[in-house]
Every structure is written in C-alpha cells, then in structure tokens.
Write a protein that binds this ligand. Structure first.
Ligand code: UDP
Length: 238
C-alpha cells in the first residue's frame, strides 16, 4: 500500500507511439487499454498519478514543417494530437472505474478542463488521475518538457519515462550486443552524451528542480507497479 511505495505522487510520461501497438499510425485501443491497466495497478496502491502523453503517433510539428508547413501551425497541430491521445487514455481509465481529468494547456472547454494549477492539485488529492494535454501550450516545445514542467508544478516526486527499453544504456542496445544498462546516471552526463532519455530542455528543467527521472519499460507487464516497490530494471537519472 501507499506506506510502502517509493513515490506518493508521480508523473508518467509516455510517447504517442506507445499507444500505437504494432500499427504505424494513430491509436490501437487494445494497447491503450493495456497501458490503462498498468496505470490502474499503481493507482490502486494509492499513488497520485499525473500523465503526459505525446502526439507523435498522429502528428509531429517538426515533420510537418519539414514538409513545408509553417512551424508554429504544425506545432499546434501536434499539440492537438496529444489531446486525442489524452481522451483515449481517459476513456480507457474510466472504463476501469478510475476517475480522471483531462487538463488542456490550450482551452477547449467542451472536451477538457483548462489548466488551473491549484485545481489540478486538488484533483490529485482526490485521487483523480490528471492527464495533462496539449503539451505546454507553446510551439517549439515538446511533451517531454511539458512532463517536466507539470511534474514540477504538481510537486511530483519523480518523472517516470515509460519506454520500450528498460533503461538508459551506454550505447544503443539495438545496435550493440555489449551495451550495458546503467543503474544511475547524472543529468549532466545525459546531456553531454546526448543519451535519448528526454530532450535537453526537459532534462535541464528536471535537473534545476531536483526531479529524478526513472526510465523503465512500459512493455514489461507490471513494470510500472514494480518501480513503486523499487523492483525491476530501470535507470534513475538524478
Ligand atoms: N508540441 C508543441 N509544444 C508542446 C508539446 C508538443 O509544440 O509543448 C507539439 C510538437 O510539434 C510535437 C508534437 O506536439 O512534435 C507532439 O509532441 P511530441 O513530439 O513531444 O510527442 P511524442 O514524441 O512524445 O509522441
């Protein structure tokens, strides 16, 4: 139960692609449901959960701009993509009986609450899962930065990066058989070596606010819950 968990309030960041399953675009409902079950298992422990979901499974601003779109417009489209993912996750979580709020950095009152910090904190205290959508609300940022920002504002104890690998390696484990997973690494080393944990501005923000980043595999069933017991394999950036 909550007395024994490593963290009492966390930010779970997942990419849009994590909701794609084996498809190459968009949302794969069974995968969304699987991730929702992982979230439920941690919610059941009494942990307060914030989530930020990317939008890369639908649209990325940089890709749009590489194809000739105006960059800021493309970025706003990327932010809107994250709202769709947030709504899909909300639906899957509520199906499991968990109360949630989608809180958008871009106001769209018909589909999501506007972001009001004190209100969001209250939702967490009432054990509602808060899904922060539309990134930071600003172009030229990413949802990694949004995760670090909201985690700081919500006083989360850690950012949990749910990935498809079980941590940070000294070299690309898909290319090198002898790649070693690191148990611990410093923010500055991640930045210097450009290890793909989060983008640089997100790491700097986490560092400046003393927010540890836990990189773990979301593909591993029970992995998220394991982190709460200090079990399993992961890398901690601190
Ligand atoms: N985005 C943005 N500002 C933000 C967050 C996101 O402009 O604060 C846009 C940006 O274009 C980005 C897209 O939304 O490419 C999707 O987010 P991201 O690439 O972070 O998603 P992920 O890679 O995590 O799926």
């Amino acid at each position: 139960d909550i007395e024994n968990t490593t963290f009492k309030r966390v930010m779970l960041k997942i990419s849009g692609e994590a909701l794609m399953g084996d498809t190459s675009f968009g949302l794969h409902p069974p995968t969304v449901q699987r991730v929702a079950k992982e979230v439920k298992s941690v919610h059941d422990l009494g942990v307060e959960i914030c989530m930020v979901i990317g939008g890369g499974n639908i649209f990325r601003g940089l890709q749009g701009s590489a194809q000739g779109m105006e960059r800021t417009t493309a970025d706003y489209m990327g932010m809107l993509a994250t709202v769709m993912n947030a709504l899909a996750m909300q639906s899957a979580l509520e199906e499991l009986g968990i109360h949630t709020r989608v809180i958008s950095a871009i106001t769209m009152n018909e589909v999501a609450e506007p972001y009001i910090r004190r209100r969001a904190v209250r939702h967490l205290e009432k054990k509602r899962v808060c899904i922060f959508a539309a990134g930071t609300g600003n172009p030229y940022f990413t949802t990694d930065t949004a995760a670090a920002l909201r985690a700081s504002e919500m006083a989360c104890e850690a950012i949990l990066m749910g990935k498809n690998v079980d941590g940070v390696y000294d070299k690309d484990p898909k290319k090198h058989d002898d790649a070693q997973r690191l148990d611990r690494i410093g923010y500055d080393e991640v930045l210097q070596k450009r290890l793909g944990v989060m983008d640089a501005s997100a790491i700097a923000l986490a560092r400046d606010n003393n927010l540890p980043i836990v990189v773990f595999s979301l593909d591993e069933p029970g992995g998220f819950k394991g982190i709460m017991a200090g079990e399993g394999t992961y890398t901690i950036v601190e």
